[in-house]
Design a binder for this molecule. Structure first.
Ligand code: PEP
Length: 252
């Protein structure tokens, strides 16, 4: 049985004061959940250190939103995996669609980031997902498999051992309309089947999250699907009550 997993992607939101308030509101209710779900919050890089300190003694664990694919050197403004580890991160989001789509991040760059994260001991949360145009053209399967294969093709199936994948249809992110549980389950099953072609054990252990307009109202139904192991939550993770309810929905 896979443990459930819910990650908060705070994106380019927050301030030191606002994050403190949000964590103060989240920690007590999340501590009283039943312990069946791993909960991660991913603040901006600037706020990572303070978030790590604020989470001391809490079951909620710190993650980052991105990293660069090289260890160190002349890359002004970028952040390496070892810097994230040094500041206390345990997880890192890799290949979010906002970075792929708006910042031109390629499959190869995402694969390099994924490998750098693993090499430093971070757990990568690999995002895959199709745009509306790709879905309408019937290309959903080809797109998400290409994005997954870009990592396993370069770094082998072992790279996915213990990793987390997030299926995030781009058309659902921030739209207020999530994929239906059936739409999401179909893609999750496809991704797991792709892993299974290379390793049954890794396929069985991989946690595949759904992301895209998850809310307290739709979380339980999504998480009830056999291949949906939790969620990557954007907008709703900035509201303490809403995020707590989503985590509670995964904790059953
Ligand atoms: C995301 O961008 O990772 C995300 C899931 O956003 P939202 O929940 O706001 O759709």
């Amino acid at each position: 049985m896979r443990r459930r997993f819910v990650a908060a992607n705070w994106k380019m939101n927050g301030s030191r004061a606002r994050n403190r308030q949000l964590l103060d509101a989240l920690k007590p209710p999340l501590r009283s959940l039943g312990g069946r779900v791993d909960i991660v919050v991913c603040p901006s890089h600037l706020h990572l250190g303070e978030t790590v300190s604020a989470l001391a003694g809490s079951p909620v664990r710190p993650g980052a939103q991105d990293l660069f694919g090289l260890e160190n050197g002349a890359m002004t403004g970028e952040i390496s995996a070892s810097m994230l580890v040094d500041c206390g991160a345990e997880f890192v989001i890799v290949g979010h669609s906002e970075r792929r789509g708006r910042l031109g991040e390629t499959d190869a760059a995402v694969a390099a980031k994924f490998a750098a994260a693993r090499a430093a001991g971070l757990v990568p949360i690999l995002c895959v997902g199709e745009t509306r145009a790709e879905r309408d053209a019937g290309n959903t399967e080809a797109v998400v498999l290409r994005q997954l294969d870009a990592v396993t093709g370069e770094h082998g199936i072992e790279a996915m051992d213990g990793a987390v994948i997030a299926y995030e249809p781009v058309w659902a992110i921030g739209s207020g309309t999530a994929a239906t549980p059936e739409q999401a389950q179909a893609v999750h099953a496809l991704l797991r089947a792709r892993l299974r072609e290379q390793s049954g054990a890794i396929a069985d252990g991989a946690r595949i999250l759904y992301g895209g307009s998850i809310s307290a109202a739709n979380a339980r139904e999504l998480f009830a699907q056999p291949d949906i192991d939790g969620g990557l939550v954007g907008g709703a993770s900035l509201k303490a009550e809403e995020f707590t309810a989503i985590c509670a929905g995964a904790d059953s």
